[in-house]
Design a protein around this ligand. Structure first.
Ligand code: UDP
Ligand code: MG
Length: 329
């Protein structure tokens, strides 16, 4: 660890998308907790292309409190990418991403830091319960975690969000991962390091609405599975093998029967069923190939993950008022 004068110890990263009504409450609670800690800190807020006055609100706060720094992205890129922009710009020795809607209680930051001081590199917040969520959401979430833990090569902790503390080492490791499909839970799990967790109750959103819907969740699940498992690509050879063996057996049976009993014409139903079945399996396989292929295509385009429109509060090595593209190096 190197120390210089403006060393920041803790960076809080807050991705914000249409959160204008919540900012006052957010900063009030954050400041109460952080000022109490006796550590130097910064709060890096990423405005993820909000359509309301979130950015204006954030800039206003930045003018009043220099610890608040603001990055405004050129459009809405989604939470995971906003978070990545934050990770790449934060300077602290420990970094804590937190939701702007206060669903990750800032009061827990103290506990996270305590574990960090005990020598852990990653301290994630694990939900004690999923109360206040619909039955469908809970069941589908359970199914997702069960499937992904079966087929993924790294264990992905369940019931955790992005609320966690990351040591500088871990952040530097994550910065070396250039993939576009940023399934953060998986990336955090992949890097390893010394991990532990604290339990907490996740409250409901205070105001505004969640940006998730079932279609988004489904795509999120697909991203998770395709980035961390090759099983869906591989099962088809086995199914194909199995079907070939069946077909071969049945074929032999047909040949022998024809030799012994002569030709008979009926068989339309069985033909239809087999054709449709095999056709269906082939289409599923193609679809799965497409899922992976599409992601490979996305990766090969090598576009920057996000574009920054303006930065406020990062005087050291950046000039604000400059359209800067950030590529992971
Ligand atoms: N968020 C974002 N970009 C988006 C969607 C969400 O930066 O495109 C932020 C949002 O402002 C909030 C956090 O990500 O701070 C979590 O979003 P949300 O509450 O909608 O998700 P949930 O808590 O339901 O998982
Ligand atoms: Mg939320």
């Amino acid at each position: 660890m190197s120390f210089n004068l403006n060393q920041v110890e803790i960076s809080i990263i807050v991705p914000c998308y249409n959160e204008e009504e919540g900012l006052d409450r957010l900063f009030e609670r954050l400041f109460t907790v952080l000022n109490h800690l006796n550590l130097s800190y910064e709060i890096v807020c990423i405005d993820d292309g909000s359509r309301d006055r979130t950015l204006e609100g954030l800039i206003d706060y930045h003018r009043r409190y220099s610890a608040i720094k603001v990055i405004s992205l050129s459009r809405n890129f989604g939470k995971d990418i906003a978070l990545t922009a934050g990770l790449e710009n934060a300077q602290g020795q420990a970094i804590i991403p937190i939701d702007a809607d206060l669903q990750d209680p800032p009061e827990l930051i103290e506990q996270l830091i305590e574990k960090w001081r005990q020598g852990y590199d990653v301290v994630y917040g694990k939900r004690r319960s999923r109360q206040g969520e619909s039955w469908v959401k809970r069941t589908t979430a359970n199914a997702f975690y069960r499937i992904i833990s079966r087929i993924s090569s790294v264990p992905i902790p369940r019931d955790t969000g992005d609320f966690r503390l990351l040591d500088r080492r871990v952040v530097d490791a994550i910065k070396t991962m250039p993939e576009r499909t940023r399934f953060m839970k998986g990336l955090f799990a992949w890097v390893g390091f010394k991990q532990t967790y604290i339990l907490y109750d996740r409250p409901n959103r205070l105001q505004g609405t969640t940006k998730w819907n079932y279609w988004k969740l489904w795509n999120f699940a697909l991203d998770g599975i395709t980035s961390f498992s090759l099983v869906p690509l591989k099962v088809w050879s086995y199914l194909g093998l199995f079907l070939s063996v069946l077909a071969f057996t049945y074929g032999s049976f047909l040949i022998i029967r024809t030799i012994i009993l002569g030709i008979d014409v009926p068989g339309y139903a069985s033909l239809m069923v087999t054709m449709l079945f095999i056709g269906g399996v082939q289409l599923i396989t193609l679809g799965i190939l497409g899922e992976y292929l599409g992601r490979i295509y996305e990766e090969t385009k090598q576009r920057p993950l996000y574009l920054i429109r303006e930065r406020y509060g990062f005087h050291e090595d950046f000039h604000s008022r400059e359209l800067e593209s950030s590529k992971l190096s």
